[in-house]
Design a protein around this ligand. Sequence first.
Ligand SMILES: [Zn+2]
Ligand SMILES: [Zn+2]
Length: 193
Amino acid sequence: MTIPLQCRCGAVQGTLDLDRAYARATCYCKDCRAFARYLGAAEVLDAAGGTDIVPVAPSAVRITDGVEHVACMSLSPKGLLRWYASCCRTPLANTPRESKLPYVGVVAACLDATAPAFDAALGPRGRVAIAAPSATAPVKPTPLAYALAVARIVAGVAGARLRRDRVSPFFDASGRPLRAPHVITREERAALQ
Ligand SMILES: [Zn+2]
Ligand SMILES: [Zn+2]
């Protein structure tokens, strides 16, 4: 099933194929929080500072409008590529630096995560906690759900590798990222964390 993907202002439009989603998880790591703060998008975070993320295969993501607004930053020279809509600073996704690893962590802020189909397909927000010890408020650890999600992500990545599923809006067929990332300084990063 395909659901709409869009930034807050609507300039960036696309779709997400839920059938190619690996899992759903809330990441409480400092870096994901720093990304939300960098964008001035604190509303993305839950009460414990977590970001709702949907890891998917690259081909699950389509951008149909406003690709010129898609921008890229990174918190460090070797950090994940963090993609967002520059028009209204809505986070879109996190990806590895290389397209060889078929993984796109879509930030649910650009999805209609309130649609019943969304929870039905992926489970409710917060069922799986990543980096729970880094949360800003106590978060119940979810060891079983976490292990299941990791297993699904590993299996999903392996399947996508076999299918040669590599092309997303963020990387072209030759594996080149759509944009060179803007890497912030160590001081900027520390301030955001
Ligand atoms: Zn926008
Ligand atoms: Zn994180």
